[in-house]
Design a protein around this ligand. Structure first.
Ligand code: FES
Length: 114
């Protein structure tokens, strides 16, 4: 799709497309991936925090809420090297580091069908 950008996640190697205006976290969910979270993608818990490996210049700036969570909840750098996936919007392909990002397991109901 036009306007899509790809996110590649290390170390799992999964990748998925992010549409314009969509967060990385939302795009991952749409692609059937689990991204570690406690707050459900509301920018409060910091659990989705990821290291930006490539494409930092194509990440939209850190907003006020993300800044607050990064600095007060996580005490993480706010220089753009760490970002909350649930707040992160991109305008280029990026590679991030976040352990635990993986395909959503099949439900028990689905397993029974196989
Ligand atoms: S999922 Fe909680 S801050 Fe991103």
């Amino acid at each position: 799709m036009q306007g899509d950008h790809m996110v590649t996640v290390r170390p799992s190697g999964v990748s998925f497309a992010v549409t314009s205006g969509e967060t990385v976290f939302a795009a991952a969910a749409r692609a059937g991936l689990l991204w570690p979270t406690i707050c459900g993608g509301n920018g409060n818990c910091g659990t989705c925090c990821s290291q930006i490996i490539d494409g930092r210049d194509g990440c939209l700036p850190i907003g006020e809420h993300e800044f607050e969570t990064l600095s007060t909840v996580l005490r993480a750098p706010t220089d753009g090297s760490r970002r909350l996936a649930c707040q992160l919007r991109i305008e280029t392909d990026v590679t991030v580091q976040r352990r635990g990002v993986r395909p959503r397991p099949l439900t028990a109901e689905c397993e029974e069908l196989l």
